[in-house]
Design a protein around this ligand. Structure first.
Ligand code: DQA
Length: 139
């Protein structure tokens, strides 16, 4: 069975409560249950942290072994050279995802520090951004 890791960054532990008009009404745990049901052929691990270094440690831990990583780095997307370097350092393909359409929001969200190190980017499809990333990685 192929192994995939979802990594969510800062403030994404508050999905369902945080700005529901932007990020929706469901917690990530609820969505993860649906995702696992829809992809019984995949082993899907989940990790969330508000701490930049913990996201980097998780990338190092799984990044030479897993078949793909789906990364929503939250606001670190727009600031973190360290995450760019971590993605470059590992061999598993990484897809950058965003729930919201970052290009339709504030200008500071229009630039990603990490896209250049990722296999692809999916943004603006709500929680289904994760499903689409999984399809891309598993096909
Ligand atoms: C986000 C978009 C980021 O700009 C923001 O900082 C987030 C969530 C998204 O999933 O839409 O925390 O990555």
């Amino acid at each position: 069975m192929k192994k995939f890791q979802i990594i969510n960054g800062p403030n994404l532990n508050l999905l369902g409560k945080r700005e529901p008009e932007v990020y929706g009404k469901h917690s990530f745990e609820e969505y993860l249950h649906t995702l696992r049901t829809r992809h019984p052929e995949c082993e899907i691990s989940y990790f969330q942290s508000n701490v930049e270094g913990e996201l980097i440690n998780k990338l190092h831990e799984v990044g030479f072994d897993y078949d793909g990583i789906i990364l929503n780095a939250g606001a670190y997307t727009h600031t973190s050279i360290a995450l760019f370097d971590a993605i470059k350092a590992i061999s598993s393909p990484v897809i950058e995802v965003h729930i919201s359409n970052v290009y339709g929001r504030e200008p500071f969200r229009h630039h990603s520090m990490i896209s250049g190190a990722c296999k692809g980017v999916i943004a603006g499809m709500g929680m289904e951004s994760y499903h689409l990333a999984l399809i891309a990685l598993s096909s």
